[in-house]
Structures are given as C-alpha cells and as structure tokens.
Write a protein that binds this ligand. Structure first.
Ligand SMILES: N[C@@H](CCC(=O)N[C@@H](CS)C(=O)NCC(=O)O)C(=O)O
Length: 225
C-alpha cells in the first residue's frame, strides 16, 4: 500500500488525483503545514526537504521501502510504474515532461511567491510585480496552450495537466481570476468532472487538516503499490 504524506494545498492535491486515476490503493497521512512534524527526523526519512507531498511504499532493495518526494518526481514515478498518464506517443511524452517541469519550476513557484508577497501587510511593490508579472505571463502561455491543444501534451490527459490543475484552480491566491482565462476555465471544469478528481478532492477534505499527527514512523503496510 502507498502511504501519501500530504495536505490540502495546490501541491498536495496532485498526488491523490494521480493515485485515483491509476486506481492504486493508498492511505492518506495528513501533515499540518508549519508543524514540527514536517521537520522531524522520522519525516526526513521520507522527505529530507521536510515538505509535502511525499510517498512511501514497499518494493525497495532487501525489503526496504521506496520513498519519493517533490510532486513532479512522484507523478513521474507513479506514471512509470503504471505505464499511464505520461503520453502515448514519443512527442506526447516529450510534451508531458516539458509542461510538467514548467509547472514545478515555473508556474508553481511564481504563483506561490505572488501570493506570498500579495499577502504581506505592507506589500513590496517590486517583489509583488516581479512574481505577479511572471505568473501572469505563464498563465497566458497555459491559456494559449490549452486553447490550441486541448490537453497540455497535445494528445491526452497526463500528469502535466494534473500538476497544473492544482495551482490553476487556486490562482486566486496569486491575485488572478479564472474568469479572465476562458480556455483554462473550461479545462479546469473538464478535470473537475473526472470521477478520479472528485474522489481525490473528497478524500483530502475528509481527511482533516493534519492536527492529529500522522504516524510518520510507521512502516508502510505490505502489499504491492
Ligand atoms: N517543489 C515542491 C514544493 C512542495 C511545497 O512547497 N510544499 C508545501 C505545501 S504546498 C509545504 O510542504 N510547505 C510546508 C513547509 O515548507 O514547511 C513540490 O512540488 O513538491
């Protein structure tokens, strides 16, 4: 069984959506952001960087668990294990990687920083404009891609769409409105209409906020991922 360490955030929702698409059984360990548990030695065994999302499952050398952190790495790891959600043709696979990396290295950090500086009691105009401007540019690029290609890899639904979905649906945090991005708005609706997405959103919302500490030290239950 896969253990998923997560929270109800734009990065945290990506992995349950992928797991639900794959039909892989998993147990949710909700982690409270800002809690000491994220920086604990036990959780460092799963993610030395002390952030969610991260996963742990059986299958490593000599019975050791396999651990993966960084949402983009987890999405690729799961897609490779199951041979799905990565694109069917060489060009679609290449595009899946490209748009996935643009999310984790580009839009995610830009929207996160735009939201952070926007939320300051005394906003710094330079920082606000820098990150808001970059996020706006990237959202414009995504809007164009989705309008022209449907799905981000140009062929079918993939981990690239899942990665961007978590952030695009929460673009309000960075001071943007989906109503200004009609193609992205329709793309969000299409992803939200997928049964796997509804199940993932429901599962996280029912899992609490991590106030009751997750048993990080527990070893993963036996069974194939
Ligand atoms: N690049 C990482 C970002 C992970 C990240 O920033 N996670 C946030 C929640 S969305 C977190 O764990 N914050 C808690 C902290 O930094 O203490 C990924 O894509 O997984």
């Amino acid at each position: 069984m896969i253990e998923l360490f997560t929270a109800d955030t734009p990065n945290g929702i990506k992995i349950p959506i992928a797991l639900e698409e794959l039909g892989a059984p998993y147990v949710v360990r909700m982690m409270k952001l800002g809690s000491p548990e994220l920086r604990s030695p036990e959780f460092a065994q799963v993610n030395p960087n002390g952030k969610i999302p991260a996963i742990r499952h059986p299958g490593g050398e000599g019975g050791a668990p396999i651990t993966v952190f960084e949402s983009g790495a987890i999405l690729l790891h799961l897609g490779e294990r199951c041979g799905v959600l990565l694109g069917a043709t060489p060009q679609a696979k290449a595009q899946t990687l490209s748009w996935l990396f643009l999310q984790v290295a580009g839009l995610g950090p830009a929207l996160g920083a735009a939201g952070h500086f926007r939320g300051l009691s005394a906003p710094d105009p330079y920082a606000s404009e820098r990150f808001r401007g970059e996020a706006a540019r990237l959202l414009g690029l995504l809007e164009q891609r989705v309008r022209e290609a449907g799905w981000l890899n140009g062929e079918d639904y993939s981990v690239a769409d899942i990665a961007h979905f978590g952030w695009v649906r929460r673009m309000g945090y960075g001071g943007f409105s989906l109503s200004d991005f009609p193609a992205l708005s329709a793309w969000v609706d299409r992803i939200e209409a997928r049964p796997a997405t509804s199940r993932a959103i429901r599962r996280l919302s029912q899992a609490g906020d991590g106030s009751r500490p997750a048993p990080v030290a527990a070893t993963a239950e036996p069974g194939a991922a």
